[in-house]
Design a protein around this ligand. Sequence first.
Ligand SMILES: *Cc1c(COP(=O)(O)O)cnc(C)c1O
Length: 483
Amino acid sequence: MNNKLYGNLIFELSKPGRRSYSLPNSGMGSYQLPETMRRACDAQLPECDEMTVVRHYTNHSANNFGVNNGFYPLGSCTMKYNPVINEETAAMPGFAQLHPLQPAETCQGALEVYYNLQQSLAALTGLSEFTLNPFAGAHGELTGLMIIRAYHQSRGDDKRVKVIVPDSAHGTNPASAAVCGLEVVEVKSTADGIVDVDNLRSLLDDSVAAMMMTNPNTLGLFEREIPEIAKLVHECGGLMYYDGANLNPMLGACRPGDMGFDVMHINLHKTFSTPHGGGGPGSGPVGVREDLRPFLPVPRVVKDGDNYRIETEGKGISVGEFLGNFAVAVRAYTYILSLGKENIKMVGPLATLNANYIKDSLKDVYELPIDGLCKHEFVFNGLKDKSTGVTTMDVAKRLLDYGYHAPTIYFPLLFHEALMIEPTENESRDTIDGFIEVMRKIAEEAKNDPDLVKSAPHNTPIGRVDDVLAAKSPVLTWKQMNK
Ligand SMILES: *Cc1c(COP(=O)(O)O)cnc(C)c1O
C-alpha cells in the first residue's frame, strides 16, 4: 500500500472544499436554522472525494491479519477453525432478525436450536445441563462460581470462601473468583508442570468452596492426577470447576463430567468455531451436574412436550436479561452438526498430533522446559541458544515478516521467555511444515544476524512499536495541526 497516496489518517487527506457528492438544485429555496441551534463554527470533518475515502478504508482493512489471511498459532485464547458454513446459518433471516422480546411461540425453531445445543454440550461433556447465557469465558467462570456459592449457601454452609487456583491458570480464573467475592488461594505446579497434589492437600479444609482446573492446563499438559484431586476436594466438601475454554483436545476423547467435575464452562468462540477478536462476540456456556440444575441462571430454554418455552423462574441467579449471544450458539450448533458424532472425535487427536509434530520438529532449536506428550498446545521457553540475546518478543516480531501471526508470548508466567504455540486441528501438513521451516530459519538468523531479528518486523506497515510508550502515553485522538 502506498501510504503517501492513501494516508494514515483520513484527516490528513482532507482538502478544503473537496466533496464526494453533488446534489441537484431542489428548487426549494433555503432555510436558516435559528441562531440558538447553529454551531459556533463548522464541524471539523475531513473533506475528501469518494475514491480517496473508499481506498483509504479498503487499504487499511487489508492491513488486518486473521485466520483467513494466514497461519495463526496463538496458544490458549486461540481463534480456532471458523468454517464458512457457520456464517451462512447464522445469517439466515429467521435467526439473524430475531428480536429478544419475541414471544416464544413465534420462534420455536430458534429455541429448538438453542435447546439442542444445550443438550449437545451436555452429551459432549458428561454434565447434566447447560446454560448458554454467559457472554464470554470469564463470564461463564463467574456464573459457575455464583452457582457453586448458591449451592453451598442453600445447605447453610456459609464459611466456604476459598477458591483454589493453580499457578498455571488463565488470569481470568483468579479474577472471576475475586469478582465473585471469594478468596483466591494458589496451588503450585510440580516440576512436570501439573498440579502438585501434596501442596493441594495442605490447602484443603472446610472453607474451600471450589477448586478450578484447566485441563489440558495452559502448558498443554493433561492433568494426570485429576481423579485423586477430585476425591480430595470432594472429601473436604468443595466442588470441582473445569475451565473448558479450549476443549478441542478433549472432544470425543474424554468428558469432564466423567472425571469428577461438577461445574464447567466452555468457550463456544474458541472450541466451537466463532470468529472473535477485540473482545467479542463470545459465549461461555456453563454446565452443571444433576443436583446443581436448580441453581442454573434464568432465563433458560426448556422443552414441554413438543414445544419450547423460556423459563424465567429460578433460584435467583441471573447473569443477563436475555439468552446470551444467539448467533454464536447457531455457529456452534452448525459446527457440531457438520462434524457429526463420529468426526467430532477426530478433533482432539488431530489437534494433539499437530501440536506434538511442531514441538518435536523444533525442540532442538527452541528450549522445551517440559518434555513429553502435549495436547493441543505447548510452551517453549524462547530459543535454546540464549547467547544471541534474541528474545521471545523478537522471534514473535520476526514471524510477522514471514506472514505468520505470532504465537502467544510471555504467558503462562511459569517461564521467562514463554512462547505458546497452538496449531489447531484444521491446519494442513504443508502449512505446518512451512511454519516449522520459518521458525528454524529465525533460529538461524538469531545466530548469524541477531540484529535482523531484534529490529523486526521489517515488512509490516508499522515497524517495532515502543510498548512502554504506547501503554504510558497513548495517542488516541487526532489533533488538528497548522490550522
Ligand atoms: C480464553 C480463556 C478464558 C477466558 O475466556 P474469555 O472469553 O476471553 O473471557 C478462560 N480460560 C482459558 C483457559 C482461556 O483460554
